[in-house]
Design a protein around this ligand. Structure first.
Ligand code: ZN
Length: 309
């Protein structure tokens, strides 16, 4: 009998749930509003409804369990979300046990960027390696670190917060309390802030900026150079610590890869002797699973019988 798991990617606005086979194929994908503004019970109900819809269609007996990627910090052993910037009502919220009761199946929680890193390790651009670092470039910059095939959590689940590595000692203030974080230079939000300074009469999105750069606009290209430099500085630091064989980039800003990657790679090589010594064995590459990475990684937690450590 073919078994499957359900992976859930809980976003601030929308949630997605997928039935994923033991081979890592997405069999069916649903999405629904998260309903975060209506409180935690409404979020639980929305998740449970999507899970039940998939379970009723694909069979209760074949379901191995449910993995949930959450945009926040998690105490894994307690199944507790301690804080979530995108879902502010989730402070010390015992989601794992509440959801498990609602859907009558085992649930494991994981940070969303960690789940995406695990998905890329299992089925994506990291499937041939055991260690990798993933950076997700979106509204913010998320991070996930896989060592020996397993997610590195750090104390209180707060490791791998790569978006808050300092890349500019005197940079812009960040919501985390630091200044000059990677997130302030390499997220879609940062690109838009830089665009607002260079094109004060226009409201350019990161996508608009990419289109301008495609046409050779020098100011747009300059913004992506700054982004590439910042990423290169952060990846050089990661390389000197971990020296993993793969540094993957994902997220909504990835289509601008041709504009930021050359500077990123140049800067990483310049600042880290590990890149110069290890060459292509130490590779910076685009992630491959797109928006499915977090769903596949979350499902893998249930398929692999991961313990919440
Ligand atoms: Zn920060």
């Amino acid at each position: 009998m073919q078994h499957y798991a359900i992976g859930v990617d809980l976003g601030g606005t929308n949630l997605r749930a997928a039935a994923v086979s033991e081979e890592g194929e997405v069999i069916e994908l649903l999405d629904a509003p998260t309903n975060g503004q209506r409180g935690n019970d409404a979020v639980l109900e929305a998740m449970a409804a999507a899970i039940k819809q998939l379970r009723d269609k694909h069979g209760r007996a074949r379901l191995l369990g449910i993995g949930v990627g959450v945009p926040g910090f998690i105490l894994m052993d307690q199944g507790l979300i301690t804080d979530s910037p995108n879902l502010p009502s989730m402070k010390n919220f015992p989601m794992r046990d509440l959801l498990s009761d609602l859907v009558d199946a085992p649930v494991i929680l994981e940070n969303d960027a960690n789940a995406a890193a695990l998905g890329e390790k299992w089925k994506g651009a990291g499937r041939d390696v055991n260690d990798l670092v993933l950076l997700t470039l979106g509204t913010g910059v998320g991070g996930g670190i896989i060592l020996n095939g397993k997610i590195w959590h750090g104390m209180k689940g707060m490791g791998a917060e790569i978006g808050h590595i300092t890349v500019n000692a005197a940079g812009n203030p960040c919501g985390c309390g630091n200044v000059g974080c990677l997130e302030k230079h390499a997220s879609a939000t940062a690109l838009e802030a830089m665009a607002a300074m260079l094109f004060p009469d226009q409201h350019l999105t990161a996508k608009d900026l990419n289109t301008l750069a495609d046409r050779g606009d020098e100011k747009a290209l300059m913004v992506f150079d700054r982004m590439g430099d910042a990423l290169g500085i952060a990846i050089a630091a990661l390389s000197q610590i971990f020296n993993v064989p793969r540094y993957l980039l994902a997220g909504g800003v990835l289509p601008a890869w041709p504009h930021f990657a050359p500077r990123m790679i140049q800067e990483a090589r310049r600042r880290s002797f590990n890149f110069r010594y290890c060459g292509d064995a130490n590779r910076i590459a685009p992630a491959e699973l797109g928006g499915h990475a977090g769903l596949i990684g979350a499902a893998y937690l249930a398929i692999s019988g991961a313990k919440p450590v």
